[in-house]
Design a binder for this molecule. Structure first.
Ligand code: G
Ligand code: G
Ligand code: MN
Ligand code: NA
Length: 253
């Protein structure tokens, strides 16, 4: 067995599932959930998305995997909305290769419509390095989706080389500070400086900022002092199965 054939097989046989990691606001409420793909079988479970997503990207399987992820996330959101669960926006990770598919915009909007989900509930997370491809093509697609209401986040922010000029040309609503900076906050003045700079920049560009990788209560205290008001990380919640997320959402209401 190799990763590519296991993925191909999983896509055909229902061998993938989604878990959901909450993003919290400063009052401790859920602001959003991020959908994260997992393998159901032993092999892909052990490999993990950190290894199988790059294989999916290289092999082109990311296009059908990405379609499945969006479809499943929408199905789940529609189910929660119908049952009046207190769950709001949701975020899905996407790769450059998906974004530049000829029918990407239509397929996203049609999927949302099929499940009766307002486009403004969907955040598409792109990494900074994704934006190093065909910038003008990506900007055009993002603009069309954004005009329909879909929101964009830059994931792992601070690890790439995106210029402020380029960022300001894109319809982005959120910067997610890479967890490497958050995890070093308590030991490194440099990390504090970087987070401070990102928060200040996001204020000027009118962007929401989310800190990833919050693993300790002291992180939240420091992040609040730096002006960051949205948090995601193992200290607050691990990625949860739909059932566990339901329990947490109901408990908090
Ligand atoms: O869930 P975990 O932190 O183990 O994810 C590892 C990597 O896989 C992260 O970079 C995450 O963004 C990525 N990832 C998880 N789910 C998806 C997905 O549905 N699509 C894409 N493109 N990447 C994903
Ligand atoms: O690249 P992206 O930010 O999408 O990666 C999401 C991955 O980060 C998920 O696989 C998730 O399991 C992981 N993750 C989420 N919170 C934390 C955390 O607090 N610490 C660490 N080390 N990983 C985290
Ligand atoms: Mn992400
Ligand atoms: Na992330």
């Amino acid at each position: 067995v190799n990763i590519e054939s296991a993925l191909r097989d999983a896509l055909q046989t229902g061998g993938l599932e989604l878990v959901y990691q909450p993003i919290f606001d400063a009052t401790g409420r859920f602001a959003r959930v991020e959908a994260l793909v997992r393998g159901r079988g032993d092999y892909l479970r052990k490999v993990g998305p950190g290894a199988f997503i790059p294989v999916a990207e290289e092999s082109g399987l990311i296009v059908s995997l990405g379609r499945w992820v969006l479809e499943e996330a929408c199905r789940q959101m529609a189910d929660w909305r119908e049952r009046n669960l207190p769950v709001f926006d949701f975020a899905v990770n996407i790769s450059a290769r998906q974004l530049v598919q000829a029918d990407y915009t239509d397929s996203v909007l049609q999927t949302l419509e099929r499940y009766g989900i307002p486009p403004a509930l969907l955040h598409l997370e792109l990494t900074e390095t994704t934006l190093m491809g065909d910038f003008s093509a990506m900007a055009r697609i993002m603009k069309r989706l954004s005009e329909a209401g879909v929101l964009f986040s830059i994931d792992d922010f601070g690890t790439g080389y995106s210029s402020l000029a380029r960022l300001s040309e894109l319809p982005i609503s959120t910067l997610k500070i890479d967890r490497s900076f958050v995890m070093k906050l308590l030991e490194s003045e440099a990390a504090v400086g970087i987070v401070r700079a990102i928060v200040n920049m996001s204020r000027h560009l009118r962007l929401e900022v989310v800190a990833e990788g919050v693993e300790r209560p002291e992180h939240i205290k420091l992040l609040l002092a730096l002006g960051c008001h949205k948090f995601q990380g193992f200290y607050l919640s691990r990625p949860l199965s739909p059932e566990a997320l339901e329990a947490a959402a109901f408990a908090g209401d």
